[in-house]
Design a protein around this ligand. Structure first.
Ligand code: NAP
Length: 684
């Protein structure tokens, strides 16, 4: 029995009144579900996102949002089997589903962790350092990222119904933007199940995630200047979206991830007996067969030196002969079906176009043998390798979105880079080489044309995630034909959804705006040492100014002997005198920092639990024997941890000499108990 897919809109599940379009099992041709968005009030969805989802999300700090993403990742992990069971209907083998489902959940985990580690427990992000805009220090500037009061519309392709949604949702959610997700209709049933699981979990605030199952209708008409559209799909649809009035004139930000004719280059240094040769062949076969080649990052163009083409084709043929094709329910099948019969027709058409200047050298264009499955009802296609004639234009133009790659030959590195560039911009390229010079020349030649470049050799192969895997911590996207968009890349993906603004103000008001103490702002020193204050009592701007301490030659000698750092500038008066920067013995920078700690710490047990590092340490003026140094310490930022009894306190430390010159500046990073005496043993 088929099910009508539902949209999750304005806080309830919506079912279209018509019969919708049937969505067929990719391998059996049976109806899986029907889809329609007829009658769906998309304007109400946008209103709901703006009025309910956005405000709810922006009232949370980045750390609170990150905690929700982590809970969501755990919830979906607990329901993975349901997702796997349905995913098979898209034609995916369990290896394919792992890429989609586990890859999507992994992206949530990754953003949850980055959100806590790299974003503040606040709602505003600071970018770069403080800019002094006036001589007196009363007028300063700083860049901040703030959340937009808009909605993030995410339109996805059919090939990754789970990962495609989650990789867009996670950064937008962290950025404080509610999402309206529109999956490709063909595989929308798997996205619908994922959204259903998420909504049922109750983890996300209402209105932060809505689902549009079926055609987008007038959704884009509803968007305005604070909204964005992140699109993954064909260049054809991208063109339509780029011309939409909301994008052209309405200020809607459009990000595009489109077609890509990715290449893999076999380095000219690689001989058939080298490990890199096998790695190259294996990489091409993996990319041709995972998801039956329906990956935006798959290798479409195989670039090899002219002398190696025959050997490469032979090796590809041998490896591809072991790839069993058929119904993914059969555990012996290594490659499942394309998403639909229509999709298979598209790939066959693309192969015909390629054949204008290329011949099929591996595989049977007429069909090929299946391990099981009905080729009339299931969208099966066995892998095909073509070899292009010199000068062929089609491989740089036509994207066969299936298990098809074309071998092209190059003469030298320059011509290899030139061929790669003829793809007019791609998501990813790989070069397989063990030669450092080849690696450098090729990577620098490819970089302007690609969003990601993988250099593969015997040393990184074992740990390599491969040519085709976008990773949450690295950017995904590419210039030109690939759409010009950029997604993921860790926190970059979050900040891309926010507005960067240059704020100019006095130090006090900038402190108020940013939640971080600004040099020049008011400080508070009292009889109570700040190390005696718990997080509950500590305030931004609290500080201490130490008494001076004179640094003696005996201190420097002692430190050199004690630590073994007998560098001549600290121990050899004649050599130090000849040093153009010092002109005599100077104290070790680390001695200065150590003495400074001795000047500012309050030693008794108290709420300060640990010092976990320093940031931005700079030695600005040499310290010589007889100089008197003093330190001022100021609470710069307080970040309570969501799931612990303590938080992080960042202190600005400025060490000065007897003339008031700064000799060292840095931030001291400490962990401080939320209350003291602690009500319970600290835990995390
Ligand atoms: P598609 O036909 O362009 O569809 C992509 C999405 O756009 C679907 O959700 C589709 O919805 C929607 N859409 C179509 N027309 C629209 C319109 N006028 N307004 C708003 N939305 C509209 O692409 P596809 O066939 O699903 O995907 C295959 C292509 O995607 C390949 O070319 C591949 O290279 C590319 N791709 C790129 C990446 C990447 O990261 N760069 C990743 C995967 C795939 P319906 O399904 O309801 O029509």
């Amino acid at each position: 029995m088929s099910t009508m897919l539902e949209s999750y809109a304005a806080g309830r599940w919506f079912r279209a009144a018509d019969d919708g379009e049937p969505l067929l099992d990719a391998a059996t041709g049976e109806e899986v579900a029907r889809v329609s968005s007829r009658g769906l009030d998309v304007a109400a969805m946008v209103r709901h996102a703006r009025r309910a989802g956005g405000p709810a999300l922006r009232s949370l700090t980045f750390h609170e949002r990150a905690a929700m993403l982590k809970a969501l990742a755990k919830h979906l992990t607990a329901h993975k089997e349901e997702l796997y069971a349905l995913s098979v209907r898209t034609g995916a083998t369990s290896r394919d589903t792992m890429v989609d489902v586990d890859g999507g959940i992994g992206t949530l985990f990754s953003y949850a962790s980055r959100g806590v580690r790299e974003l503040p427990n606040d709602t505003v992000v600071l970018d770069g350092g403080l800019e002094r805009l006036g001589k007196g220090g009363t007028f300063v500037g700083r860049h901040v990222y703030a959340s937009r009061p808009g909605v993030a519309v995410q339109i996805n392709a059919f090939n990754f119904p789970v990962w495609g949604m989650l990789e867009k949702l996670a950064p937008a959610f962290l950025a404080g933007l509610p999402s309206i997700v529109k999956p490709a209709s063909q595989t929308a049933y798997l996205t619908e199940l994922t959204v259903r699981l998420i909504i049922e979990s109750g983890i996300l605030p209402e209105g932060t995630l809505q689902l549009l199952a079926g055609g987008a209708g007038t959704l884009l008409d509803e968007l305005t200047v604070q909204d964005s559209v992140a699109f993954t799909g064909s260049a054809h649809t991208a063109r339509i979206l780029r011309r939409h009035p909301s994008v052209l004139d309405g200020g809607v930000v459009l990000g595009v991830e489109a077609d890509s004719l990715n290449c893999s280059i076999l380095g000219p240094d690689v001989r058939p007996e080298d490990p890199e040769f096998d790695l190259f062949v294996k990489g091409v076969v993996t990319e041709m067969t995972v998801k039956a080649g329906q990956k935006c990052t798959a290798i479409r163009r195989v670039l090899v030196p002219g002398t190696m083409a025959g050997r490469v084709v032979e090796a590809l043929a041998a490896r591809l002969a072991k790839v069993t094709v058929g119904d993914p329910r059969n555990p012996d099948v290594r490659m499942g079906a394309l998403a639909s019969l229509g999709q298979r027709d598209e790939v066959r058409k693309a192969v015909e176009a390629l054949k204008a200047n290329a011949e099929v050298v591996v595989g049977d264009p007429g069909g090929g043998a299946l391990l099981d499955g009905d080729p009339e009802r299931g969208a099966f296609m066995t892998p095909l390798v073509l070899r292009a004639r010199p000068g062929a234009a089609e491989p740089h133009d036509v994207e066969p979105f299936g298990p098809v790659s074309t071998v092209l030959t190059y003469d030298d590195l320059e011509s290899a880079i030139g061929l790669a560039a003829r793809g007019k911009g791609s998501l990813v390229a790989s070069v397989v080489t063990h030669d450092p010079q080849v690696a450098r020349s090729v990577v620098l030649g490819l970089a302007p044309w690609h969003g990601r470049v993988l250099v593969l050799d015997r040393d990184d192969a074992k740990e390599s995630t491969g040519h085709g895997s976008p990773l949450p911590v690295l950017v995904h996207g590419g210039p030109g034909r690939a759409g010009g968009g950029e997604e993921l890349g860790g926190v970059r993906g979050v900040l891309r959804h926010m507005q960067r603004t240059a704020v100019q103000a006095s130090p006090d008001l900038l402190t108020a705006v940013t939640g971080q103490w600004t040099t020049g702002a008011a400080r508070a020193e009292s009889d109570v040492h700040p190390f005696r204050k718990s997080l509950a009592e500590l305030r931004i701007g609290d500080g201490i100014s130490s008494v001076p301490r004179t640094v003696s030659l005996a201190d420097i000698d002692h430190f050199a002997e004690f630590t073994g750092d007998t560098f001549y500038a600290h121990t050899d008066a004649d050599a130090a005198a000849r040093n153009p920067l010092f002109g005599g013995i100077v104290a070790h920078g680390y001695l200065v920092v150590s003495l400074a700690a001795g000047l500012f710490v309050d030693p008794a047990p108290g709420p300060v639990l640990a010092n976990f590092g320093v940031d931005g340490l700079r030695f600005l003026t040499p310290v010589k024997a007889g100089d008197a140094i003093a330190v001022t310490l100021t609470v710069k930022q307080i970040t309570p941890r969501v799931n612990a009894d303590y938080g992080e306190v960042r202190w600005e430390a400025v060490v000065t000499n007897q003339d008031g010159q700064a000799v060292a500046t840095y931030d001291v990073l400490t962990l401080v108990a939320k209350t003291w005496p602690a009500t319970s043993a600290p835990s995390c």
